[in-house]
Design a binder for this molecule. Structure first.
Ligand code: NAD
Ligand code: TYD
Length: 348
């Protein structure tokens, strides 16, 4: 039995990765290490919590003592590191949290893996974002050799953590692999991010806050396809390498929101065009990156990965999930979410 730590496993992407690994690899013992911030939710993993090859450990990755005590108490084969502060808007109001979790937390984990992990057969897999590359104009795509040029405190902290992971490979010969992925959509995403926020507001007939003119472009990948890419890279990626992951699926924000409104009208039995009337243009995000697009050909050609689901299909499934899981959405939007929403959007 190999002990694999997955950090951030109670979050959006982490929960999909944990579920995939627990269900597929019965010879792995999956340890989900997460301190359950506002974005972490054990409800995301109810279906697998009784599995014998799964364990949850509540732990803050910046707590060196707690992390070292966990790593020294079991033979840790590998780490798949997803725990992070992940929302750009929050990084603008509170950058220090991003430095602590994303930079310091990553170095704490690297040190623990270096001291106690299986550095001959295992590996440290760092899950990162395409936002480290900065912003694109109308043309071109990010490749693995695009220079880092982060613009937000979030992307600066992720870029910094990527550099530390690479530095541990160069300096200590630690077996590492990094992936940089575009925007994910799917079930269980906290409704601070564009798609679930808009679904929640459409349901409740609240304004749909589109930043600036809505012309910024993102590449969207279904979260389960990100999990399958992580699976492939974890098992087949070359140590010391970076792999870009993308959906080849670029959308202007306003077009995506309009498409969402059309589908929601149909699903909620509203007149065509009713939800789109809620669209409200609000003050732009500071430092708002214009466009992200990924060239994922290295991953496709070298490791044979490609997305499994067409956007229309994945998007419908995603919307259905939020409509069928009212209780989940109600729970995560009560309490602190209300204060967050007011601070971020009132009088914007
Ligand atoms: P998320 O915000 O939904 O979840 C983050 C998880 O990390 C939560 O469960 C939270 O409790 C946990 N966490 C936060 N701080 C912690 C700490 N100090 N100690 C232990 N656990 C802590 O994030 P997500 O969207 O699932 O993103 C996961 C990873 O993927 C992040 O590293 C992010 O940078 C990266 N990523 C995200 C996207 C995206 O579209 N969401 C795209 C590319 C890469
Ligand atoms: P987001 O989901 O926060 O992801 P990221 O900033 O990491 O790409 O935002 C996606 C896009 O949607 C981004 O261009 C900002 C925009 N956006 C809005 O227009 N309104 C909103 O309320 C939010 C949260 C995002």
């Amino acid at each position: 039995m190999k002990n694999i730590i997955i950090t951030g496993g109670a979050g959006f992407i982490g929960s999909h990765v944990v579920r995939r690994f627990v269900n597929r690899y019965t010879d792995y013992h999956i340890i989900n290490l997460d301190n359950l911030t506002y974005a972490g939710n054990l409800e995301n993993l109810r279906d697998i919590e009784g599995c014998s090859n799964y364990e949850f450990v509540k732990c803050d990755i910046t707590d060196t003592k707690a992390v070292e005590s966990l790593f020294s108490s079991k033979e840790i084969h590998s780490v798949i590191h997803l725990a992070a502060e992940s929302h750009v808007d929050r990084s603008i109001t509170n950058p220090i949290d991003f430095v602590m979790t994303n930079v310091v937390g990553t170095v704490v984990l690297l040190n623990a893996f270096k001291s106690f992990g299986n550095v001959t057969q295992g590996r440290f897999y760092h899950v990162s974002t395409d936002e480290v590359y900065g912003t694109l104009g109308d043309e071109g795509k990010f490749t693995e050799s695009t220079p880092y040029d982060p613009n937000s405190p979030y992307s600066a902290s992720k870029a910094s953590s990527d550099h530390f992971v690479r530095a541990y490979h160069e300096t200590f010969k630690m077996p590492i692999v990094i992936s940089n992925c575009s925007n994910n959509y799917g079930s269980h995403q906290f409704p601070e991010k564009l798609i679930p926020l808009m679904i929640h507001n459409i349901k409740n007939n609240k304004p749909l806050p589109v930043y600036g003119k809505g012309e910024n472009i993102r590449d969207w990948l279904w979260v389960n396809d990100h999990a399958s890419a992580i699976d492939v890279i974890f098992h087949k990626g070359k140590n010391g390498n970076t792999y870009n992951i993308g959906g080849n699926n670029e959308w202007k924000n306003i077009d995506l929101v309009n498409k969402l409104c059309e589908i929601m009208d149909r699903k909620l039995g509203r007149n065509n065009g009713e939800s789109a009337k809620l669209i409200t243009y609000v003050t732009d995000r500071a430092g708002h990156d214009f466009r992200y697009a990924i060239d994922a050909s290295k991953l496709e050609l070298e490791l044979g990965w490609s997305p499994s689901v067409a956007f229309d299909q994945g998007f419908e499934k995603t919307i259905d999930w939020y409509l069928e899981n009212n209780e989940w959405l109600d729970n995560v939007t009560s309490g602190n979410y209300q204060a967050y929403y007011q601070n971020m959007y009132t009088n914007r």
